[in-house]
Structures are given as structure tokens and as C-alpha cells.
Design a protein around this ligand. Structure first.
Ligand code: PMP
Length: 363
């Protein structure tokens, strides 16, 4: 075929974690532990589930294309007015919309080594030149990223905390970076994992920076701490002009009715969010202590996952874990062939993973 954007032919499709159902069928196992996709191990919030279920009685209707109620709920939760919001079919759609709105063929898009793969897909699909800046200690080297900005740079993706490394940068580092980037360059700050951050860690809250930086777009998701990955809903916060442009190019009904209803309810379920964060705090500690006992190194994480280093090829370990019914994430797409990423699960799931890993490594 003659492609509108020739570089599409060079893209690798996003590779999701192996579905548990597939492994069940392959191995005839039943008790599969799926710790591959940074999902919430507690299941959905009961309030969100009830709201999504109730929305199904109106399936003949289009969803509210403007997302009035969810925007009102976001205003109540975060104090953001609706003219600064764009709702997305997952935050992934918003990462793409930012590129589609602002990036022209031949422009440069900057992101860090070990960045979420969706950034390079979004950049290349716009015929942009992707500029990957080497990481420092597996995290963003913001100084080097600022130095990489050229006349042709149009957009920069940052993630705080970063997936798949769990690394993070401080508010002072972020502000220094934003101060040094010209205003004509759009900065997308991906905060998909922000709810999990240790409150003492001094990390920025991107939503509070949007007023100070007219070129900043902050993206958030309901897929992680709010437990709604299957429904696909996220939001972007930026100044009114940017939000207006993003809303012009999104599809009219990009967020479905069940997702809108569930997300509004999830924002009200403070008890669920607290349980989620408490489970994550305990689980991160359980995994860290377990990995230390196995003599393994891992990256300090502010997310709902831990990335460990095996000092040998990770693929065979990943496959051996599959045979034990434990699905984690190999990181070849990130050029980290000796690392595995494991999502924080329930206490039982974390134990299953640690026991399986101990068995695999002792073979
Ligand atoms: N950003 C990062 C850093 C992620 O890890 C993910 C999901 N893996 C996303 C964005 C996209 O999440 P969603 O589309 O489900 O909101």
C-alpha cells in the first residue's frame, strides 16, 4: 500500500502483557497470577462498578460527548475548570492527540531512553523525527533533554513517575526544565502513576503547574489507581487554548458511557483509593524485601510496579515464570533485555511471584 505516513511501516505494534486467559488455555492452569500490565489488583471500585452497570440500561443512547458530569466531578476533585480539560479513551489517546494537534512532518519530538513506547509510536505516526535522550540512572536526564531542544523541536514527552523504570524527578528539577524550554515547544507531562507517589518524596503535582506554563499538557488516567483499565478513560489538563485544540480533533464520542459513569463514581470512592494506595505501599515493600532476600537488584519505584535486574537474559526467566502461572513483563521493547517489570499485586499474588521466581532462579 502507499502509506500516508511512510514511517508507519517501520513501527512495531504496542505489545501488551500476555493475557491470563491465553496462558490458562495453553497450560491448562487455573490459578494464573497476572502482574504484567500495572493494573489495580483490588478489582474495580464498588461505586464505579455500580455506576458502570447502571449506565448499561441506556445503551441505545450516545454517551455525553462533552463529558459534562465527569468534568464536573474532576472540577470538584481537583479544582480544574472544564475549559481546561480534554477527556480521552485512556490517557494513551491524549498522548496521541497532543502529537496530532502540534507535530508536523519533520519536526522533532524528544523523549527519554526507557520511556513509555506510546511516545515513539505517536511521534512516528506524525512523521516526526524521534529524539531519544540517554537516561541517567534509568531516569530522565532533564538537563540533557533541555540541551537536546533545537529549532525543530515541537513536543517533549516526560513521565513522572516513569514506566517501565519507576524513576521520578522533583518539582525543582521539573520547574528548572520547564523554565529552560521555549514556549513554542509543547511539554506533555504523563502522570499515569502519580497517585502512587510517596507524599514525602517531593514530587510535583503537574495539575498545579499548568497555570504557570502555557505550553504544558498534563495527562492522567483512570486505568491505574482508579482501577478502570478495561473501560479506557483518562484526562488531559492544559490552558484553555490548548484544550480547545485537542477537543477539536478528538472523535465526538471518544469516551464511552460506562467509562464516563464509572470514572465520575471512582473519584468519589475515597475508601477504595486509600485501600489501593495502602496495598501498593505494603506490596512495594513486600516485593523489595523479597527481591533483596533473593540477592536481586531493582530500581527504586514510585509507581505500582518494580523493575528488577537479573544479570542474565530475562526472556528465559519470563518464560519459566509463565510455566509457573505467573505473568510479568519482559522489557525487550525498551532495550532492557536483562530486566523484568512486576506489577504490585495483592499480598498473595506478590508471594506467588516471589516463590516462583525463587524456584526459577534456583534451577
Ligand atoms: N502512560 C504511561 C506511562 C503508562 O504506563 C500507561 C499504561 N501502561 C499509559 C500512559 C496509558 O494508560 P491508559 O491509556 O490506560 O490511560
Amino acid at each position: 500500500y502507499s502509506l500516508a505516513v511512510p514511517s508507519i511501516a517501520t513501527l512495531s505494534p504496542y505489545r501488551p502483557g500476555k493475557p491470563a486467559g491465553e496462558l490458562e488455555r495453553e497450560l491448562g492452569l487455573t490459578d494464573i497470577v497476572s502482574l504484567a500490565s500495572n493494573e489495580n489488583p483490588l478489582g474495580p471500585s464498588p461505586l464505579a462498578l455500580a455506576a458502570a452497570t447502571a449506565s448499561l440500561s441506556r445503551l441505545e443512547r450516545y454517551p455525553d460527548g462533552a463529558g459534562f458530569e465527569l468534568k464536573a466531578a474532576l472540577h470538584k476533585a481537583y479544582g480544574i475548570s472544564s475549559d481546561r480539560l480534554t477527556l480521552g479513551n485512556g490517557s494513551n489517546e491524549l498522548l496521541n492527540l497532543a502529537a496530532r494537534a502540534f507535530v508536523r512532518p519533520g519536526d522533532e519530538v524528544i523523549y527519554s531512553q526507557y520511556a513509555f513506547v506510546a511516545y515513539s509510536i505517536a511521534a512516528k505516526a506524525c512523521q516526526a523525527q524521534a529524539v531519544e535522550v540517554p537516561a541517567r540512572d534509568y531516569g530522565h536526564d532533564l538537563h540533557a533533554m533541555a540541551t537536546a531542544v533545537s529549532e525543530r523541536t515541537r513536543l517533549i514527552y516526560l513521565a513522572n513517575p516513569n514506566n517501565p523504570t519507576g524513576t521520578s524527578f522533583s518539582e525543582a528539577e521539573l520547574r528548572a526544565f520547564l523554565d529552560s524550554v521555549p514556549e513554542r515547544v509543547i511539554v506533555v507531562l504523563d502522570e499515569a502513576y502519580t497517585e502512587y507517589v510517596d507524599p514525602q518524596a517531593g514530587l510535583p503535582n503537574g495539575l498545579e503547574l499548568v497555570d504557570d506554563y502555557p505550553n504544558l499538557i498534563v495527562t492522567r488516567t483512570f486505568s491505574k489507581a482508579f482501577g478502570l483499565a478495561g473501560l479506557r478513560v483518562g484526562f488531559a489538563v492544559a490552558n484553555g487554548q490548548i484544550s480547545d485544540l485537542m477537543n477539536r480533533i478528538r472523535e465526538p464520542f471518544n469516551v464511552n458511557a460506562a467509562a464516563l459513569a464509572a470514572a465520575s463514581a471512582a473519584l468519589e470512592d475515597h475508601d477504595y483509593l486509600q485501600r489501593t494506595l495502602e496495598n501498593n505501599r505494603r506490596g512495594r515493600r513486600q516485593l523489595s524485601e523479597g527481591l533483596e532476600r533473593l540477592g536481586l537488584e531493582f530500581l527504586a519505584s514510585q509507581g505500582n510496579f518494580v523493575t528488577l535486574e537479573l544479570k542474565r537474559e530475562a526472556q528465559p526467566v519470563f518464560e519459566a515464570l509463565l510455566r509457573q502461572g505467573v505473568i510479568v513483563r519482559p522489557l525487550q521493547p525498551y532495550a532492557m533485555p536483562r530486566h523484568l517489570r512486576v506489577t504490585v499485586g495483592t499480598e498473595r499474588e506478590n508471594s506467588r511471584f516471589l516463590e516462583a521466581l525463587a524456584r526459577v532462579l534456583s534451577c
